[in-house]
Design a binder for this molecule. Structure first.
Ligand SMILES: Nc1ncnc2c1ncn2[C@@H]1O[C@H](COP(=O)(O)OP(=O)(O)OP(=O)(O)O)[C@@H](O)[C@H]1O
Ligand SMILES: [Mg+2]
Length: 223
C-alpha cells in the first residue's frame, strides 16, 4: 500500500465552554485510487476530521503528509492555494455565492490568469450536465432546490481537478436517483494520485466504497 495521505499523532481538542477531546494520537495511512467512507455516530468528529484534512483547522497537533508533501507547517497563503488547486472540500451547508448563478458558482475557482474563460465555461457546463443540471445553468442558489444546490457545490469542488476530494454527507439532501448519480461520479473519479473521502450515515453508500473508516475512542479504525 502506498501512503498517499498520512496523519501522524494527531490530537485535537475543542476548548471554551467545555473541553472536548476529539482525537488523541490518531494515526492514519491511506493509499490513492480509492473511495473511502468515514462513519461513526453523530458528534464523533467526522466533520472535524474533514476540516483538518482540508487545512481549515489550525488548532491541532500532529503531522499531515499528502502526496509526499508535509503540509503541517504551511502558511495561510500556501494553505489557500492548496485548497484552491489540490484539495476539494464539499461542506454540509453548500456555501454557494448567492449573487452568482449555477454556472458562475462552478467556474469561479477555475478563473485565473492562466485559464481561458471559454474553457472554464465549457468545463463548468460539462460538469453541470453530468449532474443533470444543464437546465439550471442560470439559476441563482435561491432558485434551486436543496439537492440541486448540493450538486452545484459538488461540481464547483471538482472544477480544478483536485487530488484529494473531501465531502461531508455529499448525498444528504438527494433523492435515490441523484444519490446514485453523485456516488457513481465520485467512484469514476478514482485514479492514481487521487483519493476520495466522504462522511456519511448511509449504509448503502458505505457498501459501495473501497474502505470504511470509523471514528471510535478518539481515533480512526478501518473496518
Ligand atoms: N467549534 C467547536 N467548539 C466546541 N465544540 C465543537 C466545535 N465544533 C464541534 N464541536 C464538538 O465536537 C464534536 C464533534 O463534532 P463534529 O461536527 O466533528 O461531529 P460529526 O461526527 O461530524 O457529527 P454529525 O454526524 O452530527 O455531523 C461534537 O460533540 C461537537 O459538539
Ligand atoms: Mg458532521
Amino acid at each position: 500500500m502506498n501512503n498517499f495521505l498520512e496523519i501522524r499523532n494527531l490530537s485535537k481538542k475543542y476548548t471554551g465552554v467545555q473541553n472536548i477531546e476529539i482525537f488523541n494520537n490518531l494515526n492514519l495511512q491511506l493509499s490513492d485510487n480509492q473511495i473511502v467512507a468515514l462513519t461513526g455516530p453523530s458528534g464523533c468528529g467526522k466533520t472535524t476530521l474533514l476540516h483538518i484534512l482540508s487545512l481549515l483547522d489550525n488548532n491541532i497537533n500532529g503531522e499531515y503528509i499528502l502526496n509526499n508533501k508535509n503540509l503541517s507547517n504551511l502558511n495561510k497563503v500556501q494553505k489557500n492555494s492548496l485548497r484552491q488547486n489540490k484539495i476539494a472540500i464539499l461542506f454540509q451547508n453548500f456555501n454557494l455565492i448567492e449573487d452568482l448563478n449555477s454556472l458562475e458558482n462552478v467556474i469561479l475557482p477555475n478563473l485565473n490568469s492562466f485559464n481561458k474563460y471559454s474553457s472554464s465555461v465549457e468545463k463548468g457546463m460539462n460538469l453541470l450536465k453530468e449532474f443533470n443540471l444543464d437546465k439550471r445553468l442560470n439559476h441563482l442558489p435561491s432558485q434551486l432546490s436543496g439537492g440541486e444546490q448540493q450538486r452545484v457545490a459538488l461540481a464547483r469542488s471538482l472544477i480544478n481537478d483536485p487530488e484529494l476530494i473531501l465531502a461531508d454527507e455529499p448525498t444528504g439532501n438527494l433523492d435515490p436517483e441523484n444519490t446514485e448519480i453523485v456516488i457513481n461520479y465520485l467512484k469514476n473519479l478514482k485514479c492514481k494520485k487521487r483519493l476520495i473521502l466522504f462522511a456519511t450515515h448511509n449504509r448503502d453508500l458505505v457498501n459501495k466504497c473501497d474502505l470504511e473508516l470509523t471514528i471510535k475512542n478518539r481515533t480512526v479504525n478501518s473496518l
